[in-house]
Design a protein around this ligand. Structure first.
Ligand SMILES: [Zn+2]
Length: 82
């Protein structure tokens, strides 16, 4: 039986984190993990700002990562088409 690939470490749901950048809404840095998996069970950490409630991916994707995702993966992942 093959050994499963090790999964990247992900913070547990409910863990408090200090983000490396201020919240774009309220400027605070404390976040709390609300999810550590995406819709297809891939590793994706989602946090909530404990001050204002803004929810975002953690870490925030770079402009280049967003461009690559929306150019090559978005339609297949979310629309089941190319
Ligand atoms: Zn905030």
């Amino acid at each position: 039986m093959p050994t499963p690939s090790p999964q990247p470490a992900t913070p547990a749901i409910g863990t408090f984190l200090n983000a490396s950048f201020p919240c774009p809404v309220c400027t605070q840095t404390e976040r709390r993990v609300v999810s550590n998996r995406g819709r297809n069970q891939q590793v994706l950490t989602t946090v909530i700002c404990t001050s204002c409630g803004l929810v975002h991916s953690h870490p925030m994707p770079t402009r280049e990562e967003l461009d690559a995702f929306y150019t090559s993966s978005y339609r297949l992942s979310y629309k089941s088409s190319f």
